[in-house]
Design a binder for this molecule. Structure first.
Ligand code: GSH
Length: 250
């Protein structure tokens, strides 16, 4: 196992594997939520975990430290460079503060009740900070890149050790993308994909993005990146990262 995958697995473990299970009963907004964030920010991670749990898609505007593309935009809009910042065009709500965003998302799209585990805020923040430490500077600082014309699309769930390195590279390169939430809602999805294939198990997820991915590509591997600028669709984190570097590195 590479050190990248090892520390990514460690980060997911430190979070107690939150940001994997998804509910099937949450309401879907008509217009995409918008999130200004960066990948290795402990507060942003909490919001992304809730997006996975509520099966919500979002347009991500990556704001790594030293970034030029979206930090300025947020400064103008919200008045300060603090992350995360959520915009909900469906209701006109906009806000800083991860815990306010979390409560808002549960209220608006999750039936109102905030699960008990989110009441122990200091513990949640501590373990998210430890997960950040585990990734050191990955997904933290901007690198030079060429902006795509249209945002990319990433099928991902927050706790995936394989999807995280892809999100980190998108973040560092300040590449905007539509996060297509693809958590797990069926017991069979917790089996490793290769074992699943060998046993002939098709978990039969009802989550809209997993259904769409199966229809489009014939399988449900996560992460999956689609680039509307070139028409390319790729599975496998290493192949996706190589593609991003080839296509968008300055
Ligand atoms: N209480 C806030 C704290 C947010 C916060 O401190 N975010 C850090 C990133 S982890 C930040 O915005 N730092 C400024 C920067 O990165 O420029 C929350 O929970 O959202």
């Amino acid at each position: 196992m590479s050190s990248n995958l090892f520390t990514s697995t460690l980060a997911s473990s430190l979070r107690g594997w939150q940001g994997i299970a998804a509910r099937t009963d949450a309401e879907q907004p008509e217009q995409l939520l918008q999130l200004y964030e960066f990948e290795n920010c402990p507060h942003c991670r909490i919001v992304r975990e809730v997006l996975t749990e509520l099966d919500l898609d979002a347009q991500i505007f990556p704001c790594p430290k030293g970034g030029q593309r979206y930090r300025e935009e947020l400064m103008e809009r919200g008045g300060k460079a603090q992350f995360p910042y959520l915009i909900d065009p469906n209701t006109g709500a906009e806000m800083y503060e991860s815990m306010d965003i979390l409560r808002y998302l549960y209220q608006q799209y999750g039936g109102g009740d905030v699960p008990l585990r989110w009441r122990v805020v200091p513990l949640q923040k501590l373990s998210s900070t430890l997960a950040t430490v585990a990734r050191i500077t990955r997904g933290m600082y901007a690198v030079k890149s060429r902006p795509p014309k249209q945002p990319l699309e990433l099928y991902s769930f927050e706790g995936s050790p394989f999807a995280r390195p892809v999100r980190e590279v998108l973040c560092q390169m300040e590449i905007p993308y539509i996060l297509r939430s693809c958590g797990r809602s069926e017991p069979g999805e917790w089996l490793p994909p290769k074992l699943r294939e060998r046993l002939g198990i098709q978990p039969g997820s009802q989550l809209h993005n997993r259904v769409a991915l199966l229809e489009k590509e014939g399988k449900q591997g996560i992460p999956y990146l689609y680039d509307p600028n070139t028409g390319e669709g790729l599975f496998e984190s290493e192949a996706i990262i190589a593609y991003l570097e080839k296509s968008y590195a300055a």
